[in-house]
Design a protein around this ligand. Structure first.
Ligand code: NAD
Length: 396
């Protein structure tokens, strides 16, 4: 079939297998061109098919020669429906890993469930013995609790008072004002249940109890802080409450793992276009302005560059993980640099529909958005008949 993008708001319901494969190859090429990493050896990435989790898996595999297990929730193609981008990404990853002689397996299913945790533990026992790095990079709108059976939904809302600011439709470039009403207490509770640290803690506990976590193992999950203008919708909002919980979990896990020389961190990453971040009001306009400023200052990084820097400067190669023994690693340092933020805020106050192309990087935002689904990728013939049915090698 001919596969073209079909967008509905911030969602694209189609993905292109060849385009996704080329995006993966670009990330692999970037990592292979960098200095080799001194670790890890056996890696479990939970949420491994897109965004930061995928970039973590690629960095570990092609930067350190690590064996990797990827857990993710993606759909295969069915009839006239293409697979999801994460499916094609993982198929391309598995192929490239095999060509490189790297051991890897992919597990498709709900990471929040006990069944997938057990399946992963069984795979580690059978094929890897132990894992020495666990990356937790799940971003999900829902979670069913494995013990109570309650299904929680996460919302992106301010807490306490309504929030009004500029937002942008990145398809049209139209800037408008949006007001978001505050979350109810129950919405805060549910968002923490989905995006907080409970599931990360459950993974580490179960891996440890099963004896498949290596002594001295590292675990890392991802968070965001960002500038004051987005705090009401992000850091002080429902998602920020969940991130506070995630960060508290890092402290608790660090204490547990320390006994055997292990460590737990939260890495605070830069704002980037991913399927998750494009769903947050206000943030796409902020990211567009940020991209423009960071590109002008030659400070711009994408997911793979951020993850390589996390591994090379903080987690491995003798890097200092976090300042002053903190559980937080700050690779959002370039985004948060004073000169960057002053310039973004200056532009923010002036931004309106007519000056978006001049003050912000709308083209860069859109390009990154379409790249997420394998579109607008050089060298791909989007008019060619393409088979959407792609197998993921080494899927268990
Ligand atoms: P993403 O949407 O690109 O990736 C999410 C991953 O989670 C995918 O692999 C998906 O398959 C997987 N997933 C979702 N539900 C799952 C389930 N039930 N079981 C198994 N896998 C599941 O998201 P992202 O932006 O890379 O976010 C990853 C982490 O990074 C999040 O914690 C996010 O808050 C954080 N972060 C993102 C940004 C940003 O700007 N995008 C910045 C800083 C931190």
């Amino acid at each position: 079939m001919i596969i073209q993008p079909k967008t509905r708001g911030f969602i694209c319901t189609t993905a292109h297998p060849e385009g996704c494969a080329r995006q993966i190859q670009e990330q692999i090429d970037f990592v292979k061109a960098q200095k080799k990493l001194t670790g890890p050896v056996n890696v479990l990435v939970i949420g491994a098919s897109t965004g930061y989790g995928l970039a973590s898996r690629i960095t570990a595999a092609f930067g350190a020669g690590a064996n990797t297990i990827g857990v993710f929730f993606d759909k295969a193609a069915e009839g006239a429906r293409t697979a999801s981008a994460g499916w094609y990404n993982s198929a391309a990853f598995e192929q490239a890993a095999a060509q490189q002689g790297l051991k890897s397996h992919s597990i498709v299913g709900d990471a929040f469930s006990d069944a997938i945790k057990t399946k992963t533990i069984d795979l580690i026992k059978a094929e890897y013995g132990t894992v020495d790095l666990v990356v937790y990079s799940v971003a999900s709108p829902r979670r069913t609790h494995p013990v109570t059976g309650e299904t929680f939904s996460s919302v992106i809302k301010p807490v306490g008072t309504a929030y009004t600011n500029k937002t942008m439709n990145f398809h049209t470039g139209e800037v408008s004002t949006v007001t978001i009403e505050p979350a109810t207490e129950d919405e805060v509770r549910q968002t923490i249940a989905v995006m907080g640290g409970e599931d990360w803690g459950m993974w580490i506990d179960q891996l440890q109890e099963a004896g498949v976590l290596a002594d001295g193992a590292t675990t890392v999950a991802y968070s965001y802080i960002g500038p004051k203008i987005t705090h009401p919708i992000y850091r002080d909002g429902t998602i920020g409450q969940a991130k506070n919980d995630l960060e508290q979990t890092a402290i608790a896990l660090n204490e547990k793992l320390n006994a055997k020389g292990g460590r737990a961190f939260v890495s605070v990453n830069k704002a980037l276009v991913t399927q998750s971040s494009s769903a947050i009001p206000v943030v796409p306009l902020y990211i567009s302005a940020l991209y423009k400023v960071m590109k002008e200052k030659e400070l711009h990084e994408n997911c793979i560059q951020q993850m390589y820097r996390l591994f090379s400067d903080h987690l491995y190669n003798g890097g200092e993980a976090a300042a002053d023994g903190s559980h937080l690693i700050r690779i959002d340092d370039w985004e948060m640099r004073e000169d960057v933020q002053i310039e973004v805020m200056r532009r923010w106050s002036e931004l309106e529909t007519g000056n978006v192309p001049e003050l912000a990087d709308l083209e860069g935002y859109r390009e990154d958005f379409f790249h997420l689904f394998g579109f607008q990728t050089e060298g791909v013939d989007y008019e060619a008949d393409t088979d959407p049915a792609v197998e993921i090698p080494n899927q268990v």
